[in-house]
Design a binder for this molecule. Structure first.
Ligand SMILES: [Zn+2]
Length: 496
């Protein structure tokens, strides 16, 4: 096969994959938003048929051979990248014996059921042997990659390319040294959470605020959709179809506000990738850390600032009369309230990365042999207490709270904190070009959105985060910006 024919076949292959993916994406969206429960079994059956077809298409040996061949030719930059990334992905599984692969997938599926039961009954002993097996089998499966790096290094790289324990250690050391003392200082102040944060706000009022925010963020119904689901998420269909969901809690109305801003951050990223990449692998190959950096940029860097709410707050108070007694200043203080707590997904901006750090330290220890699964519930509780000053009373509030390990997603957690840290560095670069506060105050989020498109979004997955960081900010990833941002913010907020 010659160079041109290989490219032609490659394009036809991607189109086929994209068609199946769009069908499955649509079914997934439907299932999590409006589909009636009773139709589930039939939908799942049809979806699994489509997934099976897609699996056969993508694991066809001819596809792998063609990618190997294409890697010997020189195409345009984007195609070269795409081929390299697809081969990297395939190399993770191509040498695993089928029986090992099937056994591994079955283990992961069963592990999820065990974890659910263990969490519901707060019984770590039930999950412990399964976790042990998951770690052993993950090590085995990774060993077939013929990659000389230690297993955990490879796992970290799976979720965030070019990140290793060396970079993460430096990052988390900085957080531990600079943020933990701040948290203890704030805790000593014994501040009480403003009561208006948990006031009962009718869902219709919350929905009105969400609509207003979508408008402010230039999130249009022409290419988006806001639906309801149990857990907020965003779903990418194509350049002109990026949907989000929210969830309303009657006694925690700021939750829906920040869920919306966060998910619109993801949707804006997907929606601003170069349209010419629609249907291609490169459109969706952004890393976890990069994606989180965009959602958290909107949610935290912009959405928790005074300038963001200045042009909006009058409208918000009209929509939510309960806020009449809350000044803009009090509102901004409230949405930035710091309170060490036990559950990661409910944590505030300052304590959040330390929840992630606990998981990173434990994962690293489990894979390099300095920790084992025995007494992991206690190890977890000790670390949370050391960093946050609060202690889980049971395993459900501690080691069993997250789904990730039951799905063998080791190496995923650190990207959550990394995304926030990246976003502080993007902010630094953005400020060189745009007066961010002025743009927000004057209702011109579109200026910031256009900057994000030009500098970051349009590239999709063409560049590694480490390359893009240098391209956009002029230097490599530097966690100091994030630490400075957090320190500065809470020092002012709490007069430390
Ligand atoms: Zn996210």
């Amino acid at each position: 096969m010659n160079k041109e024919q290989a490219l032609k076949d490659h394009q036809a292959y991607q189109e086929r994959v994209a068609a199946y993916t769009l069908a499955l994406t649509t079914l997934n969206w439907d299932a999590y938003t409006i589909a009636p429960k009773k139709g589930g079994p039939y939908r799942n059956k049809m979806a699994s048929y489509l997934s099976g077809e897609l699996f056969s298409i993508t694991t066809d040996p001819a596809v792998i051979d063609r990618l190997d061949l294409m890697s010997t030719f020189d195409y345009d930059e984007v195609t070269n990248r795409e081929v390299a990334q697809m081969r990297k992905e395939i190399n993770k599984t191509r040498y695993i014996p089928k029986d090992v692969y099937v056994a591994y997938n079955n283990l992961v599926m069963d592990a999820n059921d065990v974890w659910e039961e263990a969490k519901a009954t707060s019984n770590y002993a039930l999950f412990k042997p399964v976790l042990k097996k998951l770690i052993e089998q993950t090590k085995l499966v990774v060993s077939y990659r013929k990659d000389p790096r230690p297993v955990y290094e490879q796992l970290l790289d799976d979720f965030e390319t070019n990140m290793s324990t060396k970079e993460y250690d430096a990052f988390f050391d900085k957080l531990r040294d600079d943020i933990v003392p701040l948290i203890h200082k704030i805790k000593e102040k014994h501040l009480t959470r403003p009561t208006w944060l948990s006031e009962q706000i009718p869902l219709s009022q919350q929905a009105a605020v969400v609509e207003r925010l979508a408008k402010f963020l230039d999130y249009s119904k022409d290419s988006g959709q806001i639906s309801l689901s149990v857990h907020p998420f965003s779903q990418d269909f194509s350049a002109h179809d990026n949907r989000v969901t929210v969830r309303y809690h009657e006694d925690n109305f700021t939750s829906s506000i920040f869920a919306l801003i966060h998910e619109v951050g993801h949707a804006t990223y997907n929606g601003q990738v170069n349209e010419a990449y629609d249907g291609r692998y490169i459109r969706k190959s952004m890393t976890f850390g990069m994606h989180e950096s965009q959602s958290r940029f909107l949610e935290n860097m912009l959405g928790r600032s005074t300038a963001f709410w200045e042009p909006l707050y009058e409208d918000v108070v009209k929509m939510v009369p309960a806020l009449k007694k809350v000044s803009l200043k009090e509102f901004v203080e409230g949405i930035n309230f710091v309170q060490p707590s036990l559950i990661r997904i409910e944590a505030d901006e300052l304590t959040y990365p330390l929840h992630v750090m606990v998981r990173y330290e434990i994962e690293k220890g489990l894979f390099n042999g300095t920790l084992d699964v025995e007494n992991l519930d206690k190890v977890w509780a000790d670390k949370i207490e050391e960093y946050l000053g609060v202690r889980p009373q049971n395993a459900a509030q501690g080691v069993l709270q997250d789904v990730h390990w039951s799905g063998a997603m080791f190496g995923y957690f650190p990207t959550y904190a990394l995304g926030s840290a990246y976003s502080a560095q993007w902010m630094k670069a953005l400020r060189k070009d745009i007066d961010v506060e002025k743009a927000l105050r004057e209702n011109q989020f579109t200026l910031i959105k256009a900057w994000l498109k030009e500098k970051i979004h349009t590239h999709g997955g063409v560049y590694e985060p480490s390359e893009l960081m240098i391209k956009v900010t002029g230097e490599k990833f530097n966690p100091q910006y994030y630490v400075d941002y957090l320190k500065d913010k809470v020092t002012k907020l709490y007069h430390l």
